[in-house]
Ligand binder design. Structure first.
Ligand SMILES: [Zn+2]
Length: 366
């Protein structure tokens, strides 16, 4: 076992906004099996970025933040969306599911399902939680492929009261597609314009439109975290022969309840499937447990040029804060040798593994 070298640690102060719009995603297990979890995470990140660009352009103070991704097997929303009404039926089912207490603290819940039974309704949004009159819920079908992020951002736009009319008018006048243009299959690159977001002004002012009071009624975030989980970079071990990286996770104090965080890999120039095995899963700390570990399998026979990197990190704490990401730089590996994987003479075994850390400051400050 070899100790990793920390090349750099940089503290980043996260952007803080007065009101975070807390978003949870519920992703069907089939989507993860077919597309890979890293692909799903990429689409989610793109969608939230587009959505926040829209809010910023509209001069709205709130920003969306992903708090949790739930993976669900054979979910009722996926089943309902398969019916002939497509995502319209899905959204009605989603309203039933949203009564689950686990969704209490989220302003938006977005279901990502494998398929819609109606191609004209691959996404839908709206419908309140049962106890209020504020639209929270969206459904998006992954069959739109690389446009999933646009579809999700479009449906989140509907939650913010955006409608199609301005987007269609803008397209007729300029030939540009904006986020709320309703015909996804025709669309090219999306531009965010003030034309497209004019409806949102009503959402920001509850007095103007009671139905879309949502942006004036962002829910309180989840209760303050009980403790924090960090990745212990100086205890990270790499076994070059076995092709594994193992990272230690540390809970700041023992707790009387079980808590969990999500460990994740994220492709950079080194990619999942080519250089390492994708690994996104929740790590649980049982009551009184303060140490845990996560590992990533490296492909020791992958061909690589210099300095290819990927990231590992922790996020989406349940009752604890967890925010940290480090970038791993893999060594050059020019000689492909299919017999070397796992052997003691593989090229990877002879070259060190460098680690560059980009630590984010713990947002909750615990
Ligand atoms: Zn629409």
């Amino acid at each position: 076992m070899k100790k990793l070298v920390v090349m750099a640690q940089i503290a980043l102060v996260p952007m803080a906004f007065a009101n975070d719009i807390d978003v949870a995603f519920v992703v069907d297990q089939v989507v993860v099996e077919q597309q890979g979890r890293e692909w799903v995470d990429h689409e989610i990140a793109q969608a939230i970025s587009l959505s926040n660009q829209t809010l910023e352009t509209a001069g709205i103070e709130e920003r969306r933040v992903v708090r949790r991704v739930f993976i669900e097997a054979d979910g009722a929303v996926s089943q309902a969306t398969l019916a002939s009404q497509g995502a319209l039926a899905g959204i009605w089912q989603a309203r039933e599911e949203a009564t689950d207490l686990k969704f209490t603290h989220y302003d938006n819940v977005v279901w990502v399902v494998p398929q819609s039974g109606n191609w004209d309704r691959v996404g839908n949004a709206g419908l309140s939680y049962p106890e209020d009159n504020i639209p929270h819920i969206a459904v998006a079908s992954v069959e739109v492929g690389e446009r999933l992020s646009q579809l999700i951002a479009h449906e989140l736009g509907h939650l913010d009261s955006l409608k199609h009319g301005h987007a269609e008018q803008h397209f007729a006048e300029t030939g540009e597609y904006t986020l709320m243009y309703p015909h996804l299959a025709e669309m090219g690159e999306v531009v965010i314009t003030a034309d497209d977001i004019s409806d949102i002004q009503y959402a920001a002012n509850p007095a103007e439109d009671d139905v879309y009071a949502y942006l004036g009624s962002v829910r309180p975030s989840a209760p303050a975290p009980l403790a924090s989980v960090t990745m212990q970079v100086d205890q990270t071990r790499v076994d070059l022969n076995a092709g594994t990286v193992e990272v230690a996770l540390d809970l700041s104090e023992p707790l009387e309840q079980s808590v969990s965080v999500e460990f994740f890999t994220q492709s950079g120039t080194a990619t999942a499937g080519d250089d390492y095995e994708e690994n996104v899963h929740r790590v649980e700390f049982l009551p009184r447990q303060t140490d845990a570990a996560a590992s990533v399998r490296l492909y020791t026979d992958a061909q690589r040029s210099a300095g290819e990197v990927f990231s590992i990190g922790i996020r989406y704490g349940d009752a604890v804060s967890a925010e940290g990401q480090v970038e791993l730089a893999l060594p050059v590996n020019q000689t492909q040798d299919n017999n070397s994987g796992g052997g003691s003479t593989g090229p990877l075994a002879m070259i060190g593994l460098a680690l560059i850390a980009l630590w984010r400051r713990n947002k909750e400050g615990v």
